[in-house]
Design a protein around this ligand. Structure first.
Ligand SMILES: Cc1ncc(C[n+]2csc(CCOP(=O)(O)OP(=O)(O)O)c2C)c(N)n1
Ligand SMILES: [Mg+2]
Length: 296
């Protein structure tokens, strides 16, 4: 393992970053399966599919203080997709903002971890994003506010491909480039799935990269389950947008159920029912896949 010296600060090498994020994503997938088992069903496929995206954010990109989630200087991470809360709670646990033990309360009465994300209950959650299509507008307002306060904080908004059906998303996209919000990054989970079926049949969004470009954004499209590609995309975003003031979007093609072949190969479902005897199979498959990758 090599360390890179930048001035007197030791920066992790690319290999170390990949290793750290991949290990975080692996643990987060386990957390998501454990939470899903509490309810017997849920948005487990999305949590597994987007774990690499969320791990890249929380284990590599975001500046935050785990012991003080409301620290004024923090970067803001906005989860538009309230139904992805299960994956988000896994990231909060991995980041040390909530305890791993608390994940057992997922979706239960009195829990701080409701099935659809609510900022009033959960530390480290900036918005209640269950009504889809509002996140990017809020992110634009937040980015303008932070600039007004001369804050160095960034804003990252996580969207789903279904949210691109909402007109408000595109109004916000135009507003962000108009206001030159170079400290705003959107990341879109393109899992090709929506509540009513395949994104391409519900409402075609392709050519999606061209649409963001036409709105004035710096665009990268990557395999959202490839940690090296995600890190590279974030690095190129920092290099590009610092000099141009362009907002940036990372379009992430992901696989629903990623890491668990039983779920990857199941007919794609927005809300998955997993039988009692299948949860342990899922965990075993996840572990076997990760160990196979890390040992090869
Ligand atoms: C404004 C709004 N309209 C409809 C819904 C109902 N809804 C919940 S999840 C969802 C699917 C949206 O697409 P996406 O997030 O891509 O679905 P996934 O990939 O999770 O299957 C819909 C329509 C909602 N939450 N908000
Ligand atoms: Mg989707």
């Amino acid at each position: 393992m090599t360390l890179t010296l930048t001035g007197d600060v030791v920066s992790p090498s690319t290999e170390q970053r990949i290793e750290r994020v991949s290990a975080a994503a692996y643990r987060m997938r386990h957390h998501a399966l454990n939470m899903g088992e509490v309810q017997g069903q849920g948005y487990v496929g999305q949590a597994l599919g987007s774990a690499d995206m969320l791990a890249t954010v929380y284990a590599d990109q975001l500046r935050f203080r785990a012991e003080d989630p409301e620290w004024e200087g923090r970067d803001r991470f906005l989860l538009s997709t309230g139904h992805y809360a299960i994956g988000f709670y896994a990231a909060l646990a991995e980041a040390g903002i909530i305890g791993v033990d608390e994940l057992e309360t997922y979706g239960s009465d009195g829990s701080r971890l409701p099935m659809s994300g609510m900022s009033t209950y959960t530390p480290g959650m900036e918005i209640s994003g269950g009504s889809l299509g509002h996140g990017l507008s809020i992110a634009v307002g937040m980015a303008l506010g932070l600039r007004h306060q001369r804050s160095a904080a960034r804003v990252i908004n996580f969207l789903s491909d279904g949210e691109l059906d909402e007109g408000s998303t595109w109004e916000a996209a135009m507003g962000a480039s108009h206001h030159r919000l170079g400290h705003l990054t959107a990341m879109v989970d393109i899992n090709a799935l929506q509540a009513d079926g395949h994104t391409g049949t519900v409402l075609r969004t392709e050519p999606v990269a061209d649409k963001w470009s036409a709105c004035g954004w710096f665009v990268r499209r990557v395999d959202g389950n490839d940690v090296a590609a995600l890190l590279d995309a974030f690095d190129s975003v920092s290099a590009q947008t610092d000099s141009t003031g362009q907002p940036s979007v990372i379009l992430c093609d992901t696989r629903v159920g990623k890491g668990v072949p039983l779920l990857e190969n199941r007919e794609k479902a927005h809300f998955m029912r997993i039988e009692t005897d299948e949860w342990q199979v899922c965990r075993d498959q996840l572990t076997a896949g990760y160990e196979g990758e890390t040992q090869s």
